[in-house]
Design a protein around this ligand. Structure first.
Ligand code: UT7
Length: 347
């Protein structure tokens, strides 16, 4: 069976740097609290009106496509991971197809939040393995800054997230043993609501407060003034519970990838963990007995960019010459759902 290689990789970070100190203008928080609890010093916010999840994705994709030695016209499939799409529907995949003037290829959107990019990579990998496609564009992109509660009420969520995009082009590997060795996908929906954005959503049909609405009022079950007035349109997160689950599932899924291919943590050249919280990454590093040079973190500069964080970190590590040919690289992510995933790559 064919395997797939990451033939090109690119990233895009908006130029607008927002420091922890900048956030104190909107909410009661401090640089000290944010650095101590998360490791984040600053993040990037997309331009309010000129940049979207799709425009950032296109910038990252242009670099990935060029580095893969191909062109937008040769891309034969798009897989796009995001939780902050330009529209509720249609998804961002078709917007990339349009913006880059691609052929009438398939475009698939993935809704798996923090593990979205690794899920997307796994989906693309299967299409390469079967020989169905030869040049797949895989994207993770997020514009969080447009949908966060910047009052003190929302500070436990809003200080964490940042904007950005990363993209790779997957192609059939050209030599034996090169490329994606395996991917591992998991979910546990038991606690789906502890890291979630509930509204707008069809769950509203279950709410007692709307039970007697007639057809003319039905639109309010989806998006009401009350929802906005009571800030129910912002993401909710029970941070400590997410933290506790993350530090169990991250090491588990990384070891699953390594053991599945006959490796141990000492064989790893680079672990790229989803940039959720520097404390989580440090815990995972310690648990697996990895040295500092075996783990790449950049949450300090960019915050948590959800589906974009793994490809941005991978791209930055690559651009800094920290990943070389034949290196063993593991991507791993955990987030809302819960969903978690890993990919082991021979570079
Ligand atoms: O990528 C998606 C997956 N998400 C994650 O992996 C997130 C995992 N969780 C975390 O990273 C951490 O739980 C957080 C960084 C979100 C929060 O850190 P924590 O140490 O768990 O804090 P906490 O939520 O237990 O809150 C501690 C205190 C509270 O005050 P009281 O009740 O002790 O008086 C919060 O109100 O810190 C307060 N607090 C803040 N204070 C200043 C919460 N957010 C802030 C803030 N600035 N931004």
């Amino acid at each position: 069976m064919l395997s797939s290689k990451l033939a090109g990789i690119g990233k895009y970070l908006p130029s607008n740097v927002v420091t922890n100190q900048d956030l104190t203008a909107y909410m009661e928080t401090s640089d000290e609290w944010i650095v101590e609890r998360t490791g984040i010093k600053e993040r990037r916010y997309a331009h309010r009106t000129n940049e979207t999840t799709t425009t950032m994705a296109v910038e990252a994709a242009k670099i990935a496509i060029e580095r893969a030695g191909t062109t937008a016209a040769e891309i034969d499939f798009i897989v796009f991971a995001t939780l902050s799409p330009d529209y509720y529907f249609p998804g961002c995949g078709v917007l990339v197809q349009r913006a880059m003037g691609m052929k009438e290829i398939g475009a698939l959107d993935i809704r798996n939040q923090c593990s979205g990019f690794v899920y997307a990579l796994s989906v693309a990998d299967q299409f390469i393995k079967t020989g169905m496609y030869k040049n797949i564009l895989v994207i993770g992109s997020e514009k969080h800054s447009f949908g966060l509660d910047f009052s003190t009420r929302g500070r436990n969520v809003s200080v964490i997230f940042g904007d950005g995009a990363g993209a790779v082009v997957l192609q059939p590997a050209t030599s034996d043993g090169q490329g994606i060795l395996s991917t591992h996908l998991h979910s546990d929906g038991e606690a789906a609501e502890i890291l979630a954005m509930y509204n707008p959503g069809t769950h509203a049909n279950h709410w007692g407060e709307y039970a007697n609405f007639d057809a003319a009022e039905i639109g309010q079950m989806f998006m009401s003034h009350n929802m906005i007035d009571s800030a129910q349109n912002f993401p909710f997160m029970d941070g400590p519970s997410v933290f506790k689950k993350a530090i169990v599932k991250f090491p588990e899924v990384i070891l699953e990838a390594l053991h599945n291919n006959g490796y141990t943590p000492s064989d790893l050249n680079m672990l790229i963990p989803h940039q959720a919280n520097l404390r989580i990454a440090q815990f995972v590093q310690q648990k697996l007995g990895l040295r500092d040079d075996q783990v790449y973190n950049n949450i300090m500069q960019y915050g948590n960019t959800t589906a974009a964080s793994v490809p941005i970190a991978l791209c930055e590590a690559y651009e800094n010459n920290l990943i070389k040919e034949d290196d063993l690289v593991c991507l791993a992510a955990f987030g809302s759902g819960f969903t978690w995933a890993s990919a082991l790559i021979k570079w």
